[in-house]
Design a protein around this ligand. Structure first.
Ligand SMILES: [Fe+2]
Length: 302
């Protein structure tokens, strides 16, 4: 056991797996330090009243269904036992960043790549990379909803469509250019929905995006602050809108329901097939070479 436990950026167990090229790992639960467990308790206790107030009802039902513990870091195996019978989804521990195509393809198989490290206790408020609180407390409760789970699977279908429909473009540079634009569009859509989405609810606007649901500060800010622009989601806007990751989101998009969201992913795929994602506006997020390579490789294999 290492002194730093499984703290984000200081977890030898995870870094060694990464060095060996192992993407899928096990949770190594015994390695969590008392400080790691304390970080979970504090994060949970602090945000819980804000969930009651700002989270959508599916998320709250998901917390109950999974019996997400407040007083210790959950064991993924316990969570999965409760999750799988509901929607077939499973949280799968990973050692770090999952290249774009592999990530979307995992969703298609109803597997959610899950970070096992937890943020340091002195950085409770902001962490640019995901940790287990973001992944398990922010994302996984949503996976208990059938409509939401089916939407994630449709995202996976979209990644396959992207790889297949660009695979036979002869000109390599043009293939890479078109694919980069599609990946940027998919990433933006994912960002403004699964990560930062708002939904109209019976009592006003609520949050279903995991980036909001795992951030004590931003959850309230997203719904209450005058500094945030909130608009009904329009596909042509979202796919062309730069996504900024290093501060609270100044612009958020609202959907009416999870059925509405599912329909939007269908529409996104139709736009892709029609060539409407080949020239989205440049800007964030950057599409890194590993993401592009993962789609190119999938296209070759198809
Ligand atoms: Fe996330």
């Amino acid at each position: 056991m290492t002194a730093s436990g499984l703290t984000t950026g200081h977890a030898a167990f995870v870094e060694e797996a990464r060095t060996r090229g192992e993407l899928y790992i096990h949770q190594a639960y015994e390695q969590y330090s008392p400080e790691n467990q304390e970080a979970w308790r504090k994060l949970y206790a602090r945000i819980q009243p804000r969930w009651e107030r700002y989270a959508n009802s599916q998320f709250l039902a998901g917390l109950d269904a999974l019996r997400l513990p407040a007083d210790h870091i959950p064991r993924l195996s316990d969570i999965n036992k409760r999750l799988q019978p509901l929607t077939g989804f499973q949280a799968k521990p990973v050692s770090g960043y999952v290249p774009g195509f592999l990530f979307f393809d995992s969703l298609r198989r109803r597997e959610f790549p899950t970070t096992i490290t937890i943020r340091p206790a002195d950085r409770m408020d902001y962490l640019p990379e995901p940790d287990i609180f973001h992944d398990l407390a922010g994302h996984v409760p949503m996976h208990t909803s059938k409509a939401f789970a089916d939407t994630l699977v449709r995202f996976g279908d979209c990644a396959h469509t992207a790889a297949r429909m660009t695979a036979d473009i002869r000109d390599e540079a043009e293939r890479a250019r078109r694919l980069t634009s599609i990946i940027r569009a998919l990433s933006r859509f994912f960002w403004f929905t699964v990560e930062f989405g708002l939904m109209r609810g019976p009592n006003g606007i609520c949050a279903y995006g995991s980036g909001l649901l795992s951030s004590y500060g931003e959850l309230q800010h997203a719904i209450e602050s005058d500094e945030v622009q909130r608009y009904p989601l329009q596909l042509e806007w979202v796919i062309n809108q730069g996504a900024e990751i290093d501060h609270y989101q100044p612009l958020l998009f609202i959907v009416d329901s999870f059925d509405h969201l599912f329909g939007l992913v269908d529409e996104l795929e139709q736009w892709m097939r029609a060539g409407k994602l080949f020239n989205v506006a440049p800007g964030l997020p950057e599409v890194n070479p590993g993401d592009l390579r993962s789609f190119l490789d999938a296209g070759k294999a198809a």
